[in-house]
Ligand binder design. Structure first.
Ligand code: FEO
Ligand code: CA
Ligand code: CA
Length: 675
């Protein structure tokens, strides 16, 4: 596949879309399938509307008999989510179910410290951005500062930046070879990445607001936030660079997608598509990075480094692998932040492996071990979990806990008999020996993907967020994988050309998250159940509003119920639906039903979700509003730019482009959500 063709393909309306299309090229060598064309909209709603596909509700696949409601009467009484479902659609703004408020809490550029300048979109500077809310908010977490939880710290990841809607007059830089990316524009991008910790407080009327002068408020960025490195890879030769000859410190974190909160209230930021930030000046005839002379060419290839999706390497040596060949080994980890101590340098924990970590949702096992579930979001990559050696207690419940640096990482193998085996990535065990290139546990962690290849983990359809529940259950979001060919299906990824994804439920043995074995089942296969060829599987009680495609982030609410948010990217036209938040029933007769609760403005991805312990506040995040797939918005039908975006959500000010924002949902008049 020619990289330049992808970048210049008019179907890829912004850099992020091209990035995703390029990432369709799997790096896992354990596959027989060949690489074909870029995604086609084979199951596009537009095709459906044109009658290309046979649509017949009577022939729709409603899944296994286990999911079928025996009688409508039984099914109608079983759903635990109490709210009137929102109607599906796609337009310029957000929508929430009737009876709820959905208020904007924080927008890109909002000043978050007392001394921060007001946002001036036409005169952005990196110095200002370092004190303002970052771009593309993804994970949202919260830790209370008071007993009643009405004051607390909101922790937000800023995954990436979209230069074409962020900066006036700039346009797509991937198509321009990043020629217009000056040092200052680059530094603004870097300052807009990373994370934010801010204090927020709820007033007597139930409204939440930023406490702007709070001592806790800070930005964490790849421009200026030093971090320490812990665990097996800390100080290893492969972690050393010119700027850090000890291999113990690194400046910042990048592409922080989903994340998690630890049982002791620290904030975990997952480093996902770090490969895209690395640069080389060496290109082959097709414009692809040429890594043939790099000492770790095989490892770089498995990780897709350098992606060259940002021009940072033109101005900062550490992003240029020609100058700093070891730098990529210092990214792709889980970062822990102490939100209660703004002076504490965050820690990159290397015991949880190095891959494109989607998230890091933590729980405790029956015996008190810390368990962190994390997916590797690439087509045909793996689901992982980490189990600490020690247990959670007063001594270990601290920032930088030994529980985070001493433990076992496992990769999942899903078997046809319905069991899941967790395969330990431990140096010296099985094939993970020096004969196979692993001289120590540091090598196993730095080359996690290659170790998991050797162990025979199951190649998945892009593992996004994974959410454990206290009862030994975990939900795994498999977002989609149109690269899976007929013949390459496996039991846990049963659809070739899986355009809409599915959700797997794991029940760990003895309801214990530390178990090395469990059982699994498919909760839902996503997509339109009325289109036979899609092969969707929902409880038939699911309405036309309730089904969705491309599950991504997820959360469990205070009543143990599952909520799933979607990221269809430029493919939303395949469903015609905006991304949104769905209530997905996992129990009883209604298992496999889904109801739409909130939907995003066009081009936006639904992130968060995070429930306050009271169950009365739901934090959501809308990232990249007005960008993805705007060619499919009726009446707009073109790519968004700063000057001409598909929406100016949430301000709708003609002088302001769309702004990624955190949204707070509460019930009108108070009370628990969906109860
Ligand atoms: Fe950043 Fe896997 O979504
Ligand atoms: Ca995600
Ligand atoms: Ca989650």
């Amino acid at each position: 596949m020619n990289r330049n063709d992808i970048i210049n393909d008019p179907d890829n309306g912004n850099k992020a879309e091209a990035y995703e299309a390029f990432d369709d090229i799997p790096t896992n060598p354990n596959l027989s399938n060949t690489i074909g064309d870029v995604i086609n909209a084979r199951y596009g709603r537009r095709d459906v509307l044109r009658g290309v596909l046979g649509v017949s509700a009577s022939t729709a696949l409603f899944g296994t008999s286990a999911l079928m409601a025996p009688t409508p009467a039984q099914a109608s009484t079983a759903s635990r989510y109490v709210f009137d479902e929102l109607e599906w659609g796609n337009d310029e703004t957000h929508h929430v179910a009737e009876g709820y408020n959905a208020d904007i809490l924080l927008r890109w550029g909002d000043p978050i410290t007392a001394d921060a300048p007001e946002f001036d979109v036409m005169a952005q500077t990196s110095a200002a951005q370092l004190k303002q809310f970052g771009y593309n908010n993804d994970y949202v977490g919260f830790t209370a500062l008071t007993e009643d939880g009405t004051r607390g710290l909101l922790c937000v990841n800023h995954e990436y930046t979209n230069e074409e809607v962020m900066f006036p007059g700039l346009g797509r830089q991937d198509r321009a070879g990043f020629a217009d990316m000056t040092k200052e524009l680059t530094d603004i991008e870097m300052a807009a990445h990373g994370g934010t910790v801010v204090e927020i407080a709820q007033d007597d009327s139930g409204k939440w607001a930023l406490v702007r002068d709070s001592k806790y408020n800070r930005r964490i960025t790849p421009l200026d936030t030093p971090m320490t490195i812990s665990g097996p890879a800390a100080g290893h030769d492969r972690m050393k660079t010119n700027a850090d000859p000890d291999g113990m410190t690194v400046i910042g974190t990048v592409n922080n997608c989903a994340g998690g909160m630890t049982p002791w209230g620290t904030y975990l930021m997952a480093e996902e598509n770090f490969h895209g930030y690395f640069w080389t000046d060496k290109l082959d005839a097709e414009g692809k990075p040429d890594i043939s002379e790099h000492p770790e060419a095989a490892q770089l290839k498995r990780y897709g480094v350098p992606g060259r999706w940002y021009g940072w390497g033109q101005h900062h040596d550490r992003w240029n692998i020609d100058k700093e060949p070891n730098e990529p080994n210092r990214w792709g980890w889980i970062v822990e932040v102490d939100p209660r101590n703004p002076d504490a340098a965050p820690i990159k924990h290397t015991a949880m492996g190095r891959f494109r970590h989607e998230g890091a949702e933590a729980t405790t096992s029956k015996d008190g071990h810390l368990v962190v579930y994390s997916g590797d979001d690439n087509r045909f990559d793996y689901q992982y979990k980490y189990v600490s050696k020690g247990v959670v207690n007063a001594e270990t419940s601290v920032f930088g806990s030994p529980l985070m640096s001493d433990g076992t990482l496992y990769a999942a193998r899903f078997d046809a008999d319905g069991t899941v085996e967790w395969l330990p990535l431990v140096h010296g065990k099985g094939p993970l020996t020096s004969e196979n290139g692993f001289a120590s546990q540091a090598d196993v962690m730095i080359d996690t993907r290659i170790a998991a290849d050797l162990l025979g983990a199951t190649p998945m359809d892009r593992p996004e967020d994974a959410q454990p529940r206290g009862d030994g259950t975990a939900y795994i979001m498999l977002t989609n994988n149109t690269r899976r060919k007929a013949g390459d299906e496996n039991v846990a990824n049963p659809r070739a050309d899986n355009a809409f994804g599915h959700i797997i439920e794991i029940k760990e043995d003895n309801a214990d998250h530390a178990a090395t074995r469990g059982t699994w089942s498919i909760l839902v296969k996503c997509g339109d159940p009325a289109v036979t060829d899609v092969g969707a599987q929902w409880n038939p009680e699911t309405s036309e509003n309730g089904w969705f495609g491309s599950p991504d982030n997820c959360a469990i609410d205070v009543d143990g119920r599952l909520w799933v948010s979607t990221d269809q990217g430029r493919s939303w036209g395949k469903t015609g639906k905006s991304d949104g938040l769905y209530a997905v029933e996992t129990e009883g007769e209604a298992r496999g039903t889904s109801k739409l609760f909130f939907r995003c403005p066009v081009g936006g991805e639904m992130c968060g979700p995070y429930f306050h312990d009271s169950g009365e506040t739901l934090f959501l995040a809308v990232q990249h509003p007005g960008t993805d797939g705007t060619k499919d918005l009726k009446g707009f039908e073109r790519d968004s730019t700063f000057e001409d975006p598909a929406t100016r959500w949430p301000d709708f000010d003609p002088a302001m482009p769309p702004r990624p924002s955190v949204v707070v949902v509460t019930k009108k008049g108070g009370g628990k959500i969906a109860v």
